[in-house]
Design a protein around this ligand. Sequence first.
Ligand SMILES: [Fe+2]
Ligand SMILES: [Fe+2]
Length: 213
Amino acid sequence: MTHMTSPKQLFVHELQDVYYAEKSLTNVLPKLAAEASDRELTRAFQSHLKETQKHIVNLEKVFKNLGESAHGQPCPGIDGIKAEHDDFRRAHQTTQPLSDVFLTGSASRTEHYEIAAYTSLIEKARALGERDSVKLLQENLKQEKDALKKVESISKRILKGMSSDGPGRRSTSRRSTSARSTSARSTSGRSTRKRSTTQRATSTSRSRRRVSS
Ligand SMILES: [Fe+2]
Ligand SMILES: [Fe+2]
């Protein structure tokens, strides 16, 4: 266990964490590109791989600005996202479109992780007065945000295609039928209650008429 006392030490620690994450993603992204069957998704993974290589170069410049040597340290966060992907693959066989939707989810989780990491690093770099490093980290952050938007829009498109031609639509229809019968039951319940209230009122009024006559 090390004794950490300064924001700079924490900054370096987080830098090593994201450096490890980016390096491991250069191994993961080609596999995701090969797994994808949707062309736009494959291209998105391939182009993000090039960006990821640039992220590593930018991080190495940040290490240099701090007078530190660039090295990573195992990041359980990114390893966990990867393990989640691998576990799913071992446990499930899916259709190709569903597999692509699954991949967009794995990619989104990764981008969210990186976005959180860079946002936190930028705050610290700013506080430490590391202006050049802030710019380098912001470049990376912007590309992570753009990559997230891209996979989210691909996911929406694929899901839309699936819901217009398959089980998605049937299940919506089942839900509607069930909702309709629930609604019918509830309406019928209300009508019954309404009828009994009316019947009670009529009978009370008849009894009153009998008493008054
Ligand atoms: Fe990245
Ligand atoms: Fe990324």
